[in-house]
Design a protein. Sequence first.
Length: 131
Amino acid sequence: DNHISLAGKYITEALRINPNSFETIISQAFFNTLQSYYNNNDYSYANVLFEQAIALNPQNPFSYQAWAKSLIIQAQNNQTTEQKQAAIMLAHEKNAQALAVDANHPSFRNTQKELMAIADSLGVEVNPYNE
């Protein structure tokens, strides 16, 4: 618990120093994802933060992958089937954007494999080749 609180303080301090750092906003977004997982399953603010970070640097594929990873957590923990499906579809879209920059990046490919497995377990059809 102390480590989580300390991480939150460091992110807040980094944002105070540079509120337009897309890297720090990505960190805040993922931190918010984890807080939502443990507290209330309301991931809407995390998703807004990912949108803000990507708007600051839309060419960075790792931002899209980070959002996809957050959406995997959301899909696994949302309450309704519709929420789970929507999260996995958006995750697939975001990771496809990362793959569009570097189709052979091992981390992006691993995220895709993870997404395909989760989509299959939820009965959600996604195109594995992002076509």
